[in-house]
Design a protein around this ligand. Structure first.
Ligand code: ZN
Length: 452
């Protein structure tokens, strides 16, 4: 199934929080460039969910299901399902599988502390982290993560719950209809994504229809929702003023999840952990996620994370300075300190250029040194040229994605040949990292590279 991709999910769920159970019908569309060329399709489900039937093209298909341990994470147990496709015509580049399943969602907190997902009266969460809908793949974590992150799909949701619940999702709300004693929420994805998140609770919502920003708050947190709405709007304004319109604006949705359940960012919204939702001091996290709306897709073979995390982290501190009045130098020195600590812990880090961070699995450091690279570049080329560079980089590469080399060439074309030495020292070699570690004052570093 090398070329096969999940292209669309249609999930019809009946969720009964009182009984802690769900009943699901998942329609899964798989497309492939040539013939699918496979006799079986494997998928994974939460260990508390059981498959009842599988069919395709009006043909009932046989399948096997078995609780199975991941080969590389022994405590991770899933329902591993194999569907036999042999009754179907051999030549086929499209497969519409209908999977009927039911049961409970069991948390995986023994393996991943944040995956406390379940169906309950207080809060129900359905997301891929707990395999709460069929996820095509095999029980091998490193392979699975690669498969999941490398495909995006559209989805349609049809979720029935008792009328006193609200169903939250970051997609477009198509309709909300009461039938008997149930309420049916229909959502449609706004942009293709790699994940589906469905939260069910007694949410209160605040909404800004001018900007299409929606916030789902748990009981008692609605004042925080108002604050987050205000912060989302003003940080958006700040980024737009500086760097132009975001790449794919389609509104923004924030869904509160219980403490410790783990925030997650998606294409046009996020799940936000209660701890961050109610904490005024944690607003930098929201600034960071909103900054990702300006992230260029990477075309690097092994991503260094410079193109997404360095930019989002730098935008974040600019916003914290401007909107919260924080001291930029103090934030930079904290980032420097953190980078030095990381180098002490992993000595190899000081000898790996940023462009190779992915290869050496040290991408965590890009959040700190990346901020420095962009800050220094901003200082060296000046405010106007830096903004021009960011806008040009986005307009030239938003569609097909970019590499670090593309960023370097855009910078040289926009700001001049003299920036080459800086970009080389800081991105392609380790001279920059060494200056940072040695504690060289910022003004001295800028002097080294400034246009003469
Ligand atoms: Zn980020």
């Amino acid at each position: 199934m090398a070329d096969a991709q999940v292209s669309k999910y249609m999930l019809k769920l009946e969720v009964m929080p009182e009984n802690e159970k769900l009943f699901g019908l998942c329609n899964l569309r798989i497309l492939s460039r040539g013939d699918l060329g496979v006799k079986t399709v494997p998928f994974l489900l939460n260990k508390g969910l059981k498959v009842i039937s599988v069919s395709a093209q009006n043909t009932e298909l046989s399948f096997s299901q078995e609780l199975t341990r991941f080969s590389d994470i022994n405590d991770l147990i899933v329902n591993y399902v194999h569907v036999d496709l042999s009754p179907l015509p051999l030549s086929n580049n499209r497969l519409d599988l209908q999977i009927v399943y039911e049961g409970r969602i069991e948390p995986y907190a023994n393996v991943f502390k944040y995956v406390q997902d379940r169906i309950s009266e207080e809060y129900s969460l359905i997301r891929p982290d707990a395999f709460s809908y069929p996820v095509i793949g095999v029980p091998d974590f490193s392979k699975l993560i690669h498969m999941i992150l490398s495909q995006t799909f559209e989805y349609e949701l049809d979720i029935s719950v008792p009328t006193h619940y609200v169903v939250a999702n970051i997609g477009e709300l198509v309709s909300r209809e009461i039938k008997d004693d149930m309420i049916i929420y229909k959502y449609r994805s706004k942009l293709p994504s790699w994940r589906i998140d469905i939260a069910i609770a007694r949410f209160e919502t605040v909404y800004d229809d001018e900007k299409d920003i929606r916030i789902f708050a748990l009981g008692g947190d609605v004042n925080h929702a108002e604050r987050l709405l205000y912060e989302t709007k003003r940080v958006l304004d700040f980024y737009i003023r500086n760097f132009g319109e975001p790449i794919n604006w389609c509104g923004y949705t924030i869904i509160e999840i219980p403490s410790g359940w783990g925030s997650q960012a998606d294409v046009c919204g996020m799940l936000l952990d209660k701890r961050s939702f109610v904490d005024k001091e944690a607003i930098g996290g929201l600034y960071h996620e909103i900054a990702h709306l300006w992230t260029i897709k990477t075309r690097e073979k092994i991503p260094s994370r410079f193109l997404d995390e360095a930019f989002a982290s730098y935008f974040q501190i600019l916003a914290e300075k401007e909107l919260l009045g924080k001291n930029l130098n103090a934030m930079l020195e904290r980032a420097r300190k953190r980078f030095i600590q990381m180098c002490q812990k992993t000595p190899l880090l000081a000898d790996v250029p940023i462009i190779k961070y992915g290869e050496y699995k040290v991408t965590d450091a890009v959040y700190y040194i990346g901020v420095w690279v962009l800050y220094l570049l901003n200082k060296i080329v000046g405010e106007e040229c830096f903004k021009e560079l960011i806008k040009r980089f986005i307009s030239e590469y938003a569609k097909e994605g970019a590499t670090i080399e593309d960023f370097i060439s855009t910078c040289i074309r926009t700001c001049g040949e003299y920036t080459k030495r800086f970009l080389n020292d800081w991105l392609l070699e380790t001279r920059g990292a060494k200056l940072l570690i040695s504690g060289e004052p910022e003004s001295n570093i800028v002097q080294l590279y400034i246009k003469r």
